[in-house]
Design a protein around this ligand. Structure first.
Ligand code: UT7
Length: 321
């Protein structure tokens, strides 16, 4: 059994913060951000919660798949920015969608989260435990960012993307993933839920902290490496790949991966200019845009690849139907 994607959806907040406006609140410039990252604007969830965005993206995926929410068996939400610790974001989504039968849980693997959630859903479908799954990546990173730190705040944005999978006998899905906890310090965000029992510290506000250069170096070597590993394992020549749908972290990382693989930039669709880096939401938002624009044809082989906090990275191969 393989999970076939029968519907995709996405949702981003209306509120837009462009580079010019951002340069009024932190010492940066439109030119620097565009040239060094490719980001032109990002959407900010001022009113919406992560769960609300996730549910809206999920609803669109179910509508496209023409599936009654009450028939959904599994909901996975990849997120690092749920607004509550309990209940999980996936249970909030269940409630909002009326997906009464679904088993629901969240998965935290930052920017590789959607890929890891997709792999998890595929494993459940392959084993026959569930027959369908709604996989969502949703983030309100604007809540975790230090808006005084120009090394991070210029990069990130908010939004959600979703894919609905249905099990079928035929179909193709393959994945390779890696985690490297020794490099974890390069991208961190301490919990705001600090020790309360033995000590009563005035817990400082904590924010996402990143050694951008380290993460950059990691990405430009690990992503092409894991894609090559996947293609070799699956015995697929790179010429057969229609699109490489990469985590939208930085346009220069995407260009470097294309160069290192020796593949044309046209095979690497981008939307980072509009949304910035939306972590676990970036791949499903891009997938949904390509799908809705009619860019994906039956039989197309797609590689999805991501990297992020952990550090972790991975690539998946799927055949569009
Ligand atoms: O989703 C996964 C997580 N994250 C990533 O994928 C991030 C990967 N890393 C990156 O995308 C890049 O490292 C950044 C965009 C974060 C930073 O770009 P960079 O080209 O690596 O900049 P840098 O940190 O090496 O800084 C270069 C210069 C420095 O000035 P000097 O020392 O050369 O005079 C910085 O102070 O640019 C300066 N700078 C800025 N200037 C204007 C750093 N940030 C900014 C800024 N605006 N926002």
């Amino acid at each position: 059994m393989t999970g076939r994607i029968t519907g995709t959806g996405s949702w981003v907040p209306e509120q837009v913060l462009d580079n010019e406006a951002l340069s009024n609140i932190v010492d940066t410039s439109n030119q620097w951000i565009r040239e060094r990252t490719g980001v032109e604007r990002r959407h900010i969830a001022e009113q919406e919660t992560t769960a609300e965005m996730a549910a809206k993206a999920g609803k669109r995926a179910l509508e496209q798949a023409k599936v009654d929410p009450a028939k959904v068996e599994l909901i996975l939400v990849a997120t690092i920015s749920g607004n509550e610790i309990l209940p999980c974001t996936a249970c909030r989504v269940q409630e909002m969608l009326g997906a009464v039968q679904a088993t629901c849980f969240d998965l935290n693997s930052a920017c590789t989260g959607f890929l890891f959630a997709l792999n998890t859903a595929q494993a459940y479908l392959k084993s026959g435990i569930y027959r369908n799954a709604l996989v969502i990546g949703a983030e309100s990173l604007s809540n975790l960012i230090n808006w005084k730190d120009r090394g991070t705040c210029i990069l990130f944005g908010d939004g959600a993307g979703a894919a609905f999978l249905e099990a079928e006998e035929s179909g193709r899905y393959a994945q390779i993933t890696h985690s490297d906890g020794e490099k974890g310090k390069a991208l961190t965000c301490s919990s705001r839920n600090q020790k309360q029992y033995a000590e009563h510290p005035d817990a400082p506000e904590t924010y996402m902290e990143m050694d951008g250069r380290e993460v950059f170096k990691f990405a430009v070597s690990s992503v092409p490496q894991v894609i090559q590993e996947l293609l070799e394992k699956e015995k697929i020549p790179k010429e057969e790949i229609r699109f490489y749908i990469l985590h939208q972290a930085n346009i220069r990382i995407i260009q470097s991966v294309s160069k290192r693989l020796g593949e044309a930039e046209e095979k690497f669709p981008v939307n980072i200019q509009e949304y910035g880096n939306t972590s676990g939401a970036s791949i499903p938002i891009l997938l949904d845009e390509l799908n809705r624009k009619g860019c994906l044809q039956p039989g197309d082989k797609l590689v999805l690849a991501a990297f992020g906090a952990g550090l972790s990275y991975g690539a998946s191969l799927l055949e569009w139907k």
